[in-house]
Design a protein around this ligand. Structure first.
Ligand code: URA
Length: 474
């Protein structure tokens, strides 16, 4: 019996080399004892098999499968993978036989590892630990994977967070990314990491996307198992959210968007006062009257009411979003739904006082498709944006803002005629045709929809943009 001790860092590559050598030397699986050891020093110990020189060809599918399997926590994983490799010598099509218990077992192990990797990409939460004046920002996270996935999954974080330094500590291995280089050191117990500012943003985000009417506790816990909760800032809200879900769902049902008589009444009223051309707009009252009578595009037909901009007419900052959503359509005010709540929270952190700004939308009517009792948001098309620019131009003429904050591609299209490259243009200032400087940022609804991994960085960028907007009108 030969013992092969694989290192904790570079485990797969070491297993692959040892397996090739074992195969080349004709060593059957029952003669090899594998385990993952405590360090590189054990690698290629004296009793490693000597290759016979015959080249070993392995199907590509097997290499991909084995890469996942060797990350599994099953102590037999190396031996199981080697046994299949050995069997492949005489049965090249073995991998395709999913009913074979050896293949079935490896496939299931690979699936479990993949699921664990997915959880890691979704649930790692970085805390900022660097000095505020350091040239590169520094973050750290603690994560407890079920399998040995840290090494295999770290490149995902390199791609996503390549512009900062970070460490991900796990009990088995630690990944460090510093000055553009990824390296690993041994695992360690949970470090004491500070809470950071992004945690409030996570909680805000979670509160905003949580729909009590859709709560399925079992499904939620299978997606976000309890073992991860203590690392997730937003998880502290879960017990209370569950406890109050029923009451909140009932409250929502009472105020749910339906084809209510009041709404039908408003539409009928507007139909009666239909006017082909809105009057010239002189002041706010005229603007509102014109907007109420607007038939420039078909969106007025199904919306409850137009949603005009809101805020003082001498506001130095104008904020432009896309179009009213479900809540805004019913209330007749911009940014009062989930996107508005997220905006308000981030604005408060950025020192942007909403009451001192004029907040409006590129399109004034809610565009949606009905689905059951729900009304599903639809983006306005070019024509609709173009037609509604009439109203945005009048609002600009009334308010004469010192600067404009354009949130999202629709606002950008309305204000500049070109919606392309939003993320490239975000954080930059462009000068509009009348000389008004316009700062470009993302739309808060976009932030609400982002995959978990991308949220903290984007929320920080959004907050930085709002700070900049405040500075532009200071
Ligand atoms: N999204 C917008 O663009 N505007 C609103 O008023 C609400 C959501």
């Amino acid at each position: 019996m030969r013992t092969i001790t694989l290192p904790e860092i570079g485990t797969f590559e070491a297993w692959r080399d040892e397996a090739r050598a074992g195969l080349g030397a004709g060593i059957p699986p029952e003669e090899l004892l594998w385990h993952r050891g405590a360090g590189e020093a054990d690698l290629f110990a004296q009793d490693a098999p000597t290759p016979t020189g015959s080249a070993v060809s392995v199907p590509k599918g097997f290499v991909d499968l084995a890469r996942l399997v060797v990350c599994h926590r099953d102590p037999e994983r190396f031996a199981r993978a080697y046994a299949v490799l050995w069997a492949l010598r005489s049965d090249k099509r073995l991998l395709e036989d999913r009913a074979d218990p050896r293949i079935d077992r490896l496939n299931r192990m690979a699936k479990e590892v993949s699921r664990d990797r997915h959880k890691m990409t979704a649930f790692v939460r970085f805390r900022e630990i660097g000095a505020p004046d350091a040239p590169r920002r520094r973050f750290a996270a603690w994560f407890e994977p079920t399998h040995y996935i840290c090494e295999l999954t770290a490149p995902f974080f390199v791609k996503r967070f390549g512009d900062m330094d970070w460490s991900i500590f796990t009990p088995d291995l630690t990944a460090h990314f510093e000055a553009g280089k990824l390296r690993f050191s041994e695992g360690q117990p949970r470090p004491d990491l500070p809470e950071d500012a992004a945690e409030d943003l996570w909680r805000t985000y979670f509160r905003n996307i949580f729909n009590p009417a859709r709560l399925k506790v079992d499904a939620m816990q299978s997606e976000m198992p309890r073992k991860y909760w203590h690392n997730l800032p937003e998880a502290s809200l879960i017990p209370e959210m569950i406890a109050t879900a029923q009451a909140r769902a009932e409250e929502m049902a009472l105020s749910a968007p339906t084809l209510a008589p009041a709404r039908a009444g408003k539409i009928t009223e507007r139909l009666a006062s239909d006017r082909a051309t809105p009057p010239p707009v002189g002041d706010r009252a005229e603007l509102l009257a014109g907007l109420n009578a607007c038939r420039r595009c078909p969106l007025w037909e199904n919306a409850t009411q137009p949603v005009p901009g809101e805020g003082p007419l001498d506001a130095p900052l104008m904020i432009v979003g896309e179009q009213p959503g479900d809540f805004e359509d019913l209330e007749g005010r911009p940014f009062v739904g989930p996107a508005g709540q997220l905006f308000d929270e981030v604005a408060a952190r950025a020192g942007l006082c909403r009451d001192r700004a004029f907040i409006t939308n590129a399109v004034k009517h809610f565009k949606f498709t009905p689905r059951g009792k729900r009304r599903i948001h639809q983006s306005p098309d070019r024509q609709e944006i173009h037609h509604c620019r009439w109203w945005l131009d009048r609002e600009r003429a009334l308010v004469k803002p010192k600067a404009i904050l354009a949130m999202g591609a629709t606002a950008l299209e309305s204000l500049t005629g070109d919606r392309r490259g939003l993320l490239k243009r975000r954080g930059t200032v462009e000068v509009l045709d009348d000389g008004t400087p316009m700062l470009i940022t993302m739309h808060p609804s976009y932030l609400l929809r982002l995959p978990d991994m991308e949220k903290p960085a984007m929320l920080r960028a959004f907050e930085a943009d709002l700070v900049r907007a405040v500075q532009m009108v200071a």
